[in-house]
Write a protein that binds this ligand. Sequence first.
Ligand code: BGC
Length: 255
Amino acid sequence: MRLQDKVAFVTGANSGIGKAIAMRFAAEGAHVAVNYLPGGTREADAAAEIATFGTTGIAVGGDVSKREDVERMFTEVVAKFGRIDIAVNNAGIEIKRPFLEVTDDEWNKVIAVNLFGAFLVHQTAARQMVKQGPGGKLINISSVHEDIPFPEYTAYCASKGGIRMMMRNLAMELAPYRINVNNIAPGAIATPINQAVLDDPIASKNAISEIPWGRFGRPEEVASVAVFLASDEAEYVTGSTYYVDGGLTQQVTLY
Ligand code: BGC
């Protein structure tokens, strides 16, 4: 049990990578607050499943891009478990649109959830961690696109690049409090965000042709890195991005 009795807060934890992280944290002995967007298409079911690991899971509904929601959710979690040890920014959205056609609403929505939401969650978590002491673990699930371009996903790339710099700054500012801050950058993972590509044999084959490992990743393969970064073993690890991408970022087309 690598996270025995730790208290973790995971955003967007009712599906995809977030759900895999919530489940794996619980399997490692953590109590997990499963955030989900109320009224969304995938309401929380992970919290109920967590009980099967013998730890406590609570579902906390709220919009990560709204300060009042984020503060209320953290108040609920601290009231229930007394503290916060780990906060994972996982909730994210993407909108595909040629740059010349992107609307203000599309741009603002992606930045609001992916970047402003990440700021709100890590600021609220860090304030609690500093108050309770000592230490804590902050993790962002960014993307390979915190570094490499993705044409027609400019707002998404801007949000993920922003998360990269936020993480690097926080690693420095929060080091005196012994709060570790790191990113995990997944490549193409088989989750609902990629459903359209997974369902289309040609698009799927094209995507796989760019991955040296020759397949999509599994959410559990991202979760195993999250466990390490959330554990005491990562004591001296801060300010870095860990790629889980089957080599995707090494793929360079020369001709
Ligand atoms: C995006 C996916 C994409 C993957 C690799 C992820 O961040 O959400 O849509 O397949 O990066 O390009």
